[in-house]
Design a protein around this ligand. Sequence first.
Ligand code: PGA
Length: 249
Amino acid sequence: MRKKIVAGNWKMYNDLSETTILLAALKEQVFPEDVNVMVAPAFTNLQYASDTLREHPVTVAAQNMHQSEKGAFTGEVSAVMLKSIGVETVILGHSERRAYFNENSALLAEKVNSALSNNMTAIFCFGEELVDRKAGKHFDVVREQLEDGLFHISEKDWKHIILAYEPVWAIGTGETASPEQAQEIHQFIRKTISENYSEAIAENVSILYGGSVKPANAEEIFGQKDVDGGLIGGASLDAESFIAIVNAF
Ligand code: PGA
Protein backbone atom coordinates (compact mmCIF):
# COMPACT_ATOMS: atom_id res chain seq x y z
CA MET A 1 0.00 0.00 0.00
CA ARG A 2 1.36 3.36 -0.94
CA LYS A 3 1.96 5.98 1.73
CA LYS A 4 0.44 9.41 2.16
CA ILE A 5 3.25 11.91 2.44
CA VAL A 6 3.48 15.65 3.05
CA ALA A 7 7.02 17.00 2.78
CA GLY A 8 8.15 20.57 3.41
CA ASN A 9 11.00 21.81 1.23
CA TRP A 10 12.44 24.75 3.10
CA LYS A 11 14.88 25.66 0.31
CA MET A 12 17.42 28.37 1.33
CA TYR A 13 15.14 29.76 4.01
CA ASN A 14 15.27 29.48 7.80
CA ASP A 15 18.50 30.03 9.71
CA LEU A 16 19.13 28.05 12.89
CA SER A 17 16.92 30.15 15.14
CA GLU A 18 14.04 30.11 12.64
CA THR A 19 14.51 26.36 12.22
CA THR A 20 14.37 25.89 15.98
CA ILE A 21 11.09 27.78 16.24
CA LEU A 22 9.44 26.00 13.31
CA LEU A 23 10.51 22.54 14.47
CA ALA A 24 9.28 23.26 18.00
CA ALA A 25 5.84 24.08 16.58
CA LEU A 26 5.79 20.92 14.46
CA LYS A 27 6.93 18.75 17.37
CA GLU A 28 3.91 19.78 19.41
CA GLN A 29 1.53 18.53 16.75
CA VAL A 30 -0.15 15.18 16.69
CA PHE A 31 -0.40 14.50 12.97
CA PRO A 32 -2.79 11.93 11.48
CA GLU A 33 -1.18 8.52 11.90
CA ASP A 34 -1.52 7.57 8.26
CA VAL A 35 0.32 10.63 6.97
CA ASN A 36 4.12 10.64 6.78
CA VAL A 37 5.33 14.16 7.48
CA MET A 38 8.79 15.22 6.31
CA VAL A 39 10.83 18.42 6.44
CA ALA A 40 13.90 19.35 4.44
CA PRO A 41 15.92 22.10 6.13
CA ALA A 42 19.16 23.59 4.77
CA PHE A 43 22.36 21.57 5.28
CA THR A 44 23.54 23.75 8.18
CA ASN A 45 20.40 22.87 10.16
CA LEU A 46 20.12 19.20 9.30
CA GLN A 47 21.99 17.89 12.30
CA TYR A 48 19.94 19.99 14.67
CA ALA A 49 16.72 18.87 12.98
CA SER A 50 17.79 15.25 12.96
CA ASP A 51 18.71 15.35 16.67
CA THR A 52 15.60 17.18 17.77
CA LEU A 53 13.26 14.89 15.79
CA ARG A 54 15.05 11.63 16.64
CA GLU A 55 12.18 10.26 18.76
CA HIS A 56 9.52 11.99 16.68
CA PRO A 57 7.60 10.64 13.66
CA VAL A 58 8.48 13.65 11.46
CA THR A 59 11.23 12.60 9.01
CA VAL A 60 14.17 14.85 8.18
CA ALA A 61 15.29 15.00 4.55
CA ALA A 62 18.18 16.72 2.77
CA GLN A 63 17.47 18.94 -0.23
CA ASN A 64 20.31 17.59 -2.33
CA MET A 65 23.56 15.64 -2.14
CA HIS A 66 26.62 14.83 -4.25
CA GLN A 67 26.72 11.61 -6.24
CA SER A 68 30.06 10.46 -4.78
CA GLU A 69 30.54 9.13 -1.28
CA LYS A 70 33.64 11.24 -0.64
CA GLY A 71 36.33 13.10 -2.49
CA ALA A 72 37.81 16.45 -3.46
CA PHE A 73 34.50 18.16 -4.18
CA THR A 74 34.69 21.46 -2.32
CA GLY A 75 31.37 22.58 -0.94
CA GLU A 76 29.58 19.28 -1.43
CA VAL A 77 27.89 16.83 0.96
CA SER A 78 27.54 13.07 0.43
CA ALA A 79 25.06 10.34 1.26
CA VAL A 80 27.52 8.89 3.76
CA MET A 81 27.69 12.22 5.58
CA LEU A 82 23.93 12.55 5.67
CA LYS A 83 23.54 9.03 7.02
CA SER A 84 26.13 9.74 9.71
CA ILE A 85 23.80 12.37 11.21
CA GLY A 86 20.71 10.20 10.88
CA VAL A 87 19.34 11.68 7.64
CA GLU A 88 18.12 8.87 5.39
CA THR A 89 15.93 10.73 2.90
CA VAL A 90 17.04 13.11 0.16
CA ILE A 91 15.26 15.27 -2.40
CA LEU A 92 16.87 14.82 -5.82
CA GLY A 93 16.29 16.65 -9.08
CA HIS A 94 14.29 19.58 -7.81
CA SER A 95 13.61 21.92 -10.73
CA GLU A 96 15.70 24.64 -9.06
CA ARG A 97 18.67 22.24 -9.01
CA ARG A 98 18.01 21.36 -12.65
CA ALA A 99 17.66 25.00 -13.73
CA TYR A 100 20.29 26.83 -11.64
CA PHE A 101 22.86 24.11 -10.97
CA ASN A 102 22.77 22.32 -14.32
CA GLU A 103 21.57 19.01 -12.93
CA ASN A 104 20.64 16.85 -15.88
CA SER A 105 19.19 13.37 -16.03
CA ALA A 106 22.57 11.64 -16.36
CA LEU A 107 23.81 13.31 -13.17
CA LEU A 108 20.54 12.61 -11.40
CA ALA A 109 20.76 8.95 -12.30
CA GLU A 110 24.12 8.87 -10.50
CA LYS A 111 22.67 10.64 -7.48
CA VAL A 112 19.78 8.17 -7.38
CA ASN A 113 22.33 5.33 -7.46
CA SER A 114 24.27 6.83 -4.58
CA ALA A 115 21.09 7.22 -2.52
CA LEU A 116 20.07 3.63 -3.20
CA SER A 117 23.47 2.10 -2.56
CA ASN A 118 23.50 3.90 0.79
CA ASN A 119 20.01 2.65 1.67
CA MET A 120 18.49 6.09 1.53
CA THR A 121 15.05 7.05 0.27
CA ALA A 122 15.07 9.44 -2.68
CA ILE A 123 12.30 11.93 -3.39
CA PHE A 124 12.79 12.17 -7.15
CA CYS A 125 11.42 15.45 -8.58
CA PHE A 126 10.49 16.11 -12.16
CA GLY A 127 8.00 18.16 -14.15
CA GLU A 128 7.58 20.14 -17.32
CA GLU A 129 8.09 23.83 -17.99
CA LEU A 130 5.36 26.16 -19.19
CA VAL A 131 6.54 26.03 -22.83
CA ASP A 132 6.26 22.24 -22.76
CA ARG A 133 2.73 22.35 -21.42
CA LYS A 134 1.66 25.02 -23.89
CA ALA A 135 3.03 22.88 -26.71
CA GLY A 136 1.19 19.84 -25.35
CA LYS A 137 4.53 18.09 -24.70
CA HIS A 138 4.17 17.63 -20.95
CA PHE A 139 3.53 13.90 -21.13
CA ASP A 140 6.62 13.34 -23.29
CA VAL A 141 8.82 15.52 -21.08
CA VAL A 142 7.71 13.75 -17.93
CA ARG A 143 8.21 10.32 -19.49
CA GLU A 144 11.71 11.26 -20.64
CA GLN A 145 12.70 12.63 -17.24
CA LEU A 146 11.63 9.37 -15.64
CA GLU A 147 13.26 7.17 -18.27
CA ASP A 148 16.56 9.03 -18.25
CA GLY A 149 16.94 9.70 -14.54
CA LEU A 150 15.19 6.83 -12.83
CA PHE A 151 14.16 3.88 -14.94
CA HIS A 152 17.57 2.22 -14.75
CA ILE A 153 16.83 1.15 -11.16
CA SER A 154 15.87 -2.43 -10.32
CA GLU A 155 12.39 -3.51 -9.27
CA LYS A 156 13.45 -3.97 -5.69
CA ASP A 157 14.79 -0.41 -5.50
CA TRP A 158 11.35 1.10 -5.99
CA LYS A 159 10.51 0.76 -2.33
CA HIS A 160 13.13 3.47 -1.68
CA ILE A 161 11.64 5.91 -4.20
CA ILE A 162 9.06 8.64 -3.70
CA LEU A 163 8.08 10.63 -6.80
CA ALA A 164 7.32 14.33 -6.78
CA TYR A 165 5.68 15.71 -9.90
CA GLU A 166 6.26 19.47 -9.87
CA PRO A 167 5.29 21.45 -12.96
CA VAL A 168 7.87 24.23 -13.10
CA TRP A 169 5.21 26.80 -13.98
CA ALA A 170 3.45 26.16 -10.68
CA ILE A 171 6.46 26.41 -8.35
CA GLY A 172 6.47 29.54 -6.24
CA THR A 173 4.18 31.26 -8.73
CA GLY A 174 0.88 30.98 -6.91
CA GLU A 175 -0.42 29.14 -9.96
CA THR A 176 -1.41 25.57 -9.17
CA ALA A 177 -2.21 22.74 -11.52
CA SER A 178 -5.92 22.14 -11.28
CA PRO A 179 -6.88 18.95 -9.43
CA GLU A 180 -7.88 17.48 -12.81
CA GLN A 181 -4.52 18.39 -14.38
CA ALA A 182 -2.70 16.85 -11.41
CA GLN A 183 -4.77 13.67 -11.55
CA GLU A 184 -4.34 13.36 -15.32
CA ILE A 185 -0.57 13.46 -15.18
CA HIS A 186 -0.24 11.39 -12.00
CA GLN A 187 -2.31 8.69 -13.67
CA PHE A 188 -0.03 8.91 -16.71
CA ILE A 189 3.05 8.59 -14.46
CA ARG A 190 1.62 5.48 -12.82
CA LYS A 191 0.77 3.99 -16.21
CA THR A 192 4.31 4.70 -17.46
CA ILE A 193 5.80 2.92 -14.44
CA SER A 194 3.43 0.03 -14.93
CA GLU A 195 4.50 -0.32 -18.58
CA ASN A 196 8.20 -0.18 -17.72
CA TYR A 197 8.09 -2.26 -14.53
CA SER A 198 4.85 -3.74 -13.25
CA GLU A 199 1.42 -2.77 -12.08
CA ALA A 200 2.33 -3.71 -8.51
CA ILE A 201 5.27 -1.29 -8.49
CA ALA A 202 3.16 1.46 -10.06
CA GLU A 203 0.43 0.95 -7.49
CA ASN A 204 2.81 1.02 -4.54
CA VAL A 205 4.87 4.11 -5.31
CA SER A 206 3.79 7.38 -3.71
CA ILE A 207 3.47 10.23 -6.19
CA LEU A 208 3.43 13.69 -4.61
CA TYR A 209 2.28 16.86 -6.28
CA GLY A 210 4.27 20.06 -5.79
CA GLY A 211 3.67 23.63 -6.89
CA SER A 212 1.87 26.30 -4.89
CA VAL A 213 0.06 23.87 -2.61
CA LYS A 214 -1.57 25.80 0.25
CA PRO A 215 -4.23 25.16 2.88
CA ALA A 216 -6.94 26.42 0.51
CA ASN A 217 -6.23 23.92 -2.28
CA ALA A 218 -4.59 20.97 -0.52
CA GLU A 219 -7.73 19.00 0.23
CA GLU A 220 -8.90 19.01 -3.38
CA ILE A 221 -5.48 18.11 -4.77
CA PHE A 222 -4.87 15.35 -2.19
CA GLY A 223 -8.37 14.05 -2.90
CA GLN A 224 -7.35 12.93 -6.39
CA LYS A 225 -7.03 9.18 -6.82
CA ASP A 226 -3.39 9.16 -7.95
CA VAL A 227 -2.11 12.01 -5.79
CA ASP A 228 -0.51 10.64 -2.62
CA GLY A 229 0.52 13.89 -1.01
CA GLY A 230 2.55 17.01 -1.63
CA LEU A 231 5.98 18.56 -1.72
CA ILE A 232 5.40 21.97 -0.22
CA GLY A 233 7.68 24.98 -0.63
CA GLY A 234 6.50 28.42 0.49
CA ALA A 235 3.57 27.22 2.59
CA SER A 236 5.84 24.87 4.58
CA LEU A 237 7.74 27.81 6.08
CA ASP A 238 4.76 28.79 8.19
CA ALA A 239 3.85 26.27 10.91
CA GLU A 240 0.16 27.01 10.80
CA SER A 241 -0.21 26.61 7.04
CA PHE A 242 1.99 23.50 6.88
CA ILE A 243 0.00 21.88 9.69
CA ALA A 244 -3.24 22.78 7.91
CA ILE A 245 -1.93 21.16 4.70
CA VAL A 246 -1.02 17.94 6.53
CA ASN A 247 -4.45 17.90 8.15
CA ALA A 248 -6.11 18.41 4.74
CA PHE A 249 -5.67 14.69 4.05
P1 PGA B 1 6.01 26.05 -3.77
O1 PGA B 1 7.33 25.14 -4.03
O2 PGA B 1 5.10 25.24 -2.89
O3 PGA B 1 6.53 27.28 -3.10
O4 PGA B 1 5.42 26.32 -5.11
C1 PGA B 1 7.21 23.76 -4.23
C2 PGA B 1 8.60 23.19 -4.40
O5 PGA B 1 9.47 23.89 -4.95
O6 PGA B 1 8.87 22.04 -4.01
